[in-house]
Design a protein around this ligand. Structure first.
Ligand code: NAD
Length: 334
């Protein structure tokens, strides 16, 4: 029996998470789901977006399955997603983007894994106004040598463990000579320990252009926090949208699994959101828990349903079905 903290989240979160949990339970994995709250819903109910009970639950279980959380724009409380990643030192954010049969996109056979540094960089949260009249504002980008080394090491080890052929370190060291320069130095050093894996380094703006003209040259991409956030959405666009990309947040002794997308307030409450990203996040969690067979079974069923194409949500087929119906089709396919 595995103990997992389950946070359904805001907006489309409850609908897609309930669907994913139903599928994981139907696969026969024995999980004790410990319900916890966070985000805007928790803030409105308890006056805090991250209640103590939620912290205690993750502290105990060390594995969490989380729906998207709403963060107020430009004011209000700070992102709880960023807070959880920092609190549990979930330094590696792994976001795989693969083409799907049955999803029409400009390229087929795209298979890119973005490994994003998750705790430093411009998401360090050090921001302030400058001058008495708030005439300017600055954000401080913090990069540590240890932070660079452990994320690049993670990416190379991920490549080795998953039989991937190439790691591309993405940076902007021509302009950000110290911060991105440190990241690049770590890449050069660590690549030497993985001689069987091809090592490449590219500037982030060039990577954006190359990803949309020849995405097949990329395999594993490792980069700093902000670049990783942006490039993983770009990768999502290449393979059919945000509804299809999961994310694992991995630390030395805790892990949190979620979709890359947010709470999608524009479609919340309509039971039309694509549950695939959180189902894929659930599959990553099952691998993390050693439940490989169940993970594979759910994956095969999802591939089957997406390829068949009539029991998918409307972002994939305008004549498609609801979130719940897509979930039921996946269970039937298992
Ligand atoms: P979003 O990802 O919620 O939505 C962007 C677009 O993609 C919207 O048009 C939405 O309808 C669509 N979309 C997203 N997920 C979908 C799905 N599963 N199926 C079908 N369509 C889907 O991004 P946003 O609108 O910029 O952010 C909304 C809120 O979510 C913000 O408060 C933001 O801070 C938060 N957010 C949370 C997380 C997280 O919890 N990890 C990640 C990103 C954004």
């Amino acid at each position: 029996m595995h103990n997992v903290t389950l946070i359904k989240g805001d907006g489309i979160g409850p609908a897609i998470m309930e669907t994913a949990v139903k599928i994981i339970d139907a696969a026969g994995v024995s999980i004790n789901w410990e319900y916890a709250e966070a985000g805007m819903g928790a803030y409105e109910k308890y006056g805090t977006p991250l209640p103590e009970a939620t912290i205690a639950s993750i502290e105990k279980n060390r594995v969490a399955f989380k729906g998207p959380l709403t963060t107020p724009m430009g004011k209000g409380f700070r992102s709880i997603n960023v807070e959880l990643r920092k609190r549990y030192d979930l330094y590696a954010n792994v976001r795989p983007a693969r083409s799907w049969k049955g999803v029409k996109t400009p390229f087929s056979d795209v298979d890119i894994v973005v490994v994003r540094e998750n705790t430093e960089g411009l998401y360090s949260g050090i921001e302030h106004y400058v001058g008495r009249d708030k005439s300017a504002a600055e954000a401080i980008k913090v990069i540590t040598r240890e932070g660079c080394e452990r994320i690049i090491e993670y990416a190379f080890q991920y490549a080795r463990d998953n039989n991937r052929k190439k790691v591309t370190v993405v940076h902007k060291a021509n302009i950000l000579k110290l911060t991105c320069g440190m990241f690049l130095e770590a890449g050069d050093e660590i690549a030497k320990q993985y001689p069987e894996i091809e090592y490449d380094q590219k500037i982030v703006d060039a990577v954006c252009m190359h990803m949309v003209t020849n995405p097949h040259q990329f395999d594993v991409i490792v980069t700093t926090n902000l670049f990783g956030d942006i490039l993983s959405d770009l990768a999502a666009g290449l393979v059919g949208g945000l509804g299809l990309i999961p994310g694992a947040n991995i630390g030395a002794d805790a892990a949190l699994f979620e979709a890359v997308h947010g709470s999608a307030p524009d479609i919340a409450g309509q039971n039309i959101a694509n549950p695939s990203a959180v189902i894929l996040a659930g599959i990553m969690m099952l691998h993390h828990l050693g439940e490989t067979e169940a993970a594979q079974r759910i994956h095969n069923a999802l591939v089957n349903v997406i390829e068949t194409g009539d029991q998918v949500t409307r972002d994939l087929n305008p004549n498609g079905v609801s979130t719940t119906e897509m979930g039921d089709a996946i269970i039937a396919a298992m």
